[in-house]
Design a protein around this ligand. Structure first.
Ligand SMILES: C[S@@+](CC[C@H](N)C(=O)[O-])C[C@H]1O[C@@H](n2cnc3c(N)ncnc32)[C@H](O)[C@@H]1O
Length: 225
């Protein structure tokens, strides 16, 4: 399971307990994904989930996009808040390139009763987002990006097309376990370089207001002006 940089086990447990309890289907999704082994580190942590859910409420998310679904935890977190606020009028577009990773996601969404509001689109997210721009361009309230790191700059541009003014885009893993602050790692690794470039792009882009936070492995937030 992923965890926040710099927090030991005691503090991680404290943070988890200080958040609202996980929905039982979320807890099962996390436990069963943990059983997949090392790859389970791709899943967001429960405390990141609580943060994401609150963000969905803050922007009153009715239309949202997720890039990087995996076994469905972050989409379920978001969809639960959206359903609570907007019922059947909510719509979450999930983008992932893998049928295999996302197969369990569909099951968890159905068990939690939010499958009717999540539309999963399988394919390269660059193409999926380009298609979505023609359908929901300028109307999305929120977008969560948690996929291939070298695609983040393209997802930022796509997000600006999809979001309404005041809409929120969030990028996960922007600390990349601390690598982004190590020039040798930035020089040696394309993912690390892409994340560092993204942070600078978003910080300097006057189309957004932004905040770079150290939640989990780092979450970069930007609100479209
Ligand atoms: C870090 S995981 C997402 C974790 C998920 N947000 C969660 O909380 O469980 C990254 C996902 O991005 C997907 N992915 C990677 N590259 C992609 C691309 N170019 N287009 C669409 N999905 C991609 C992978 O298949 C994988 O499921």
């Amino acid at each position: 399971m992923s965890r926040s940089i710099g927090l030991d086990d005691t503090l991680t447990a404290y943070v988890r307990n200080a958040n609202p309890p996980e929905h039982p289907v979320l807890a099962r999704c996390r436990e069963e994904t943990d059983a997949m082994g090392e790859i389970s580190r791709m899943q967001i942590s429960p405390e990141q989930g609580a943060f994401l859910q609150l963000c969905a409420r803050l922007v009153n998310a009715r239309t949202a996009v997720e890039v990087g679904v995996f076994t469905g935890y972050s989409a379920l977190v978001t969809a639960l808040a959206m359903q609570d606020m907007h019922g059947g009028a909510a719509r979450l577009y999930g983008c992932d390139s893998s049928e295999d990773y996302t197969a369990p996601a569909r099951r968890y969404w159905a068990e939690a009763g939010v499958d009717g509001l999540i539309e999963l689109r399988i394919g390269d997210a660059r193409e999926t987002l380009a298609g979505l721009a023609g359908e929901i361009g300028g109307t999305a309230d929120m977008m969560f990006v948690d996929a291939d790191k070298t695609g983040y700059e393209a997802y930022f541009e796509a997000g600006l097309d999809l979001l309404r003014p005041g809409g929120l885009i969030l990028f996960d893993n922007v600390l990349w376990n601390g690598s982004v602050a190590d020039p040798a790692k930035v020089a040696a690794d394309a993912d690390t370089a892409a994340l560092k470039a993204l942070a600078e792009t978003v910080r300097d882009d006057d189309r957004v207001h932004s905040a770079f936070t150290a939640i989990g492995d780092g979450i970069l937030l930007a609100v479209k002006r």
